[in-house]
Design a protein around this ligand. Structure first.
Ligand code: ZN
Ligand code: ZN
Length: 95
């Protein structure tokens, strides 16, 4: 896990691209993890992303809330989930 932050991690998206049209975007290149869903990533969908991340991590959905005590752990799985095909499919369905 890479928890380094820069201007890209706060605004860009692995799937939706660099907000600054920077070819060397650290998020698009996968070098750094984006901090969360971008504006196009259905911003109201935090619960959905949380559930997706939980299932991606192999946690039981029902226990997700309890298991997600460790914020750093959660952030790791959210980032992993958001880079996965599962999340990509989720985005496709939302279109
Ligand atoms: Zn960027
Ligand atoms: Zn996005």
């Amino acid at each position: 896990m890479n928890s380094t932050k820069d201007v890209h991690t706060e605004h860009c998206c692995y799937w939706h691209g660099c907000k600054y049209n920077d070819e060397k975007c650290t998020v698009v290149s996968g070098d750094l993890d984006q901090s969360g869903p971008c504006e196009e990533c259905a911003p109201d969908n935090r619960t959905q992303i949380l559930k997706g991340a939980a299932s991606f991590a192999g946690w039981l959905m029902m226990n997700a809330e309890q298991d997600v005590i460790n914020e750093e752990n959660l952030h790791y799985w959210i980032c992993e989930y958001m880079k996965s095909d599962d999340y990509k499919n989720e985005l496709e369905e939302l279109k």
